[in-house]
Design a protein around this ligand. Structure first.
Ligand code: ARG
Ligand code: ZN
Length: 472
């Protein structure tokens, strides 16, 4: 799925170009499938993301992932089948999927066996028949092995992590390739159905709504989760283990599932119970909650070094399960999960907004005015290391400027346009790019449109400028 209402492109010019290409295609003729000639080319092995050029793949657009995963905590082995429904965006002779580790068995395209090649984290499938641009097709990949987590450029761990009794999988920015083959770039969002088969007695959680739980052979249980709104693959999650769970509802009756390591149940009960209220408050500020399910998972410390906004079900190490972090990860459901960065360079649109949501929360309940949070951030040298819209390397993606200076950009904008326009802007941004992708340039254009004026000077200093300006 690739739904971004980019502003910089003229639909008229595109139509003229398309018409010209059609004419050229007709004139060129004679090399189509009807004459047995080859016209498809391999899809690109990466989407040239500024920080992760090999992430994602070109030539197709995924609509749906159906993952059927069986996990054995005794051996740590994962047996998976990925059924990927996609649409070709060019004539394709071969296509790539991102996959790290694991062994691929059979692969097929539209039911016909496909030739398989592996090189580093790229899995190449060559279908028997070429795929035509615009055609919808289904790829099936059987794979297995003991998944291993990745170490990010910033040194943190992500991907599939085996635990004493189960596993936890998280994937920002690249870890999802450790447990399923896919188009692992945020620009290609899709719907998901994730089926987890694990020993009965363990809880198996993933994104979205639980659609079934049933016993299967070998003393195991198969639980199916459905994420029916688009999701970027970095937000997919699996948690298998011994958890104490609570179920309830929030907002207009959407299911809420929280899960914690049993030893943390009592200590986290109060905050977990606040989740529906926090969501309701954010919904007033940001507009309709974008998903049909909600929740939170708290793991024991020592596994994850950070909390993550995994879609509908953010995950927290016990030490980070506090109200501020919960507010932050819930805000990401609008900013990041529904409105998703076009590339990893646009990450401040996630982290700056989620940090500003913390400041707004503090202002409302903690009596710390946002101006005060802004000034504290302004005083901090670490926040000025680089402009939020341009982290120097992948190592710096999650550094303080992306979070704090990102939030400062929003505060400056609020002081420039006034509270009323700013409120409209927050809601309007979440609405305009709901379930889509957006870039920094989309944001600046949108803000100027709503403000009704040029804000170039603000962006130059706060978003793109090096170093701290004179006056806060
Ligand atoms: N997005 C997470 C948050 O809510 C942080 C993820 C950190 N990941 C990493 N690879 N450093 O702040
Ligand atoms: Zn965040």
């Amino acid at each position: 799925m690739h739904r971004s209402s980019r502003t910089g492109r003229s639909p008229r010019a595109a139509a003229v170009l398309a018409a010209a290409l059609t004419v050229l295609g007709l004139l060129a003729g004679g090399c189509g499938p009807e004459t047995g000639g080859v016209r498809g080319t391999p899809g690109a092995a990466g989407l040239r993301d500024p920080y992760f050029p090999k992430l994602g793949n070109g030539g197709y657009d995924v609509r749906r992932y159906a993952l059927d995963l069986a996990f054995d905590p005794e051996t740590g082995r994962l047996d998976g089948t990925a059924r990927i429904t996609a649409r070709a965006t060019q004539d394709l002779s071969a296509l790539n999927l991102d996959l790290a580790g694991l062994t691929v068995g059979r692969a097929s395209v539209d039911g016909e066996p496909a030739a398989v090649n592996r090189a580093a984290d790229e899995l190449t499938l060559r279908p028997r028949d070429e795929l035509r641009e615009g055609a919808e097709f289904t790829v099936t990949v059987d794979y297995a092995g003991v998944p291993e987590p990745l170490t990010d450029p910033d040194g943190s761990t992500e991907g599939w992590m085996n635990t004493a009794e189960g596993a936890v999988a998280v994937g920002e920015p690249a870890g999802s390739m450790t447990w399923f083959p896919g188009n692992h770039h945020p620009s290609d969002k899709a719907v998901y159905e994730i089926a987890l088969t694990a020993p009965s007695g363990l809880t198996a959680l993933s994104n979205g709504v639980r659609v079934s739980t049933e016993p299967v052979s070998g003393g195991r249980t198969r639980t199916v989760w459905r994420q029916s709104e688009p999701m970027a693959s970095y937000l997919a999650t699996v948690m298998i283990g011994r958890y104490a769970t609570t179920t309830g509802t929030a907002l207009d009756g959407i299911p809420v599932v929280t899960a914690v390591e049993p030893s943390l149940a009592a200590a986290t009960a109060g905050l977990r119970a606040e989740l529906p209220e926090l969501l309701a408050r954010q919904q007033e500020r940001f507009g309709p909650y974008p998903f049909g399910a909600a929740g939170a998972v708290v793991t024991t410390d020592g596994l994850l070094g950070y909390a993550l906004e995994t879609q509908t079900r953010p995950v927290f190490p016990a030490a980070a399960f506090d109200r501020t972090t919960l507010v932050h990860e819930l805000a990401h459901q609008w900013f990041g999960n529904s409105v998703t960065p076009e590339t990893w360079r646009d990450l401040w649109l996630n982290e700056g907004f989620a940090t500003y949501a913390e400041w707004l929360y503090e202002e409302e309940y903690g009596s710390v005015p946002t101006r005060q949070s802004f000034e504290a951030a302004f005083a901090e040298d670490a926040n000025w290391a680089f402009p939020p819209a341009d982290p120097p390397t992948a190592e710096n993606l999650f550094d303080p400027p992306v979070y704090q200076r990102g939030a400062m950009v929003l505060h400056e904008l609020r002081e420039t346009v006034g509270d009323r326009v700013f409120d409209e802007l927050l809601r309007g941004w979440a609405a305009k790019y709901r379930h889509a992708n957006a870039s920094t340039e989309d944001f600046t254009a949108y803000a100027e449109e709503v403000a009704g004026r040029d804000l170039g000077a603000l962006w130059d200093v706060w978003l793109y400028g090096d170093g701290r300006p004179e006056e806060p």
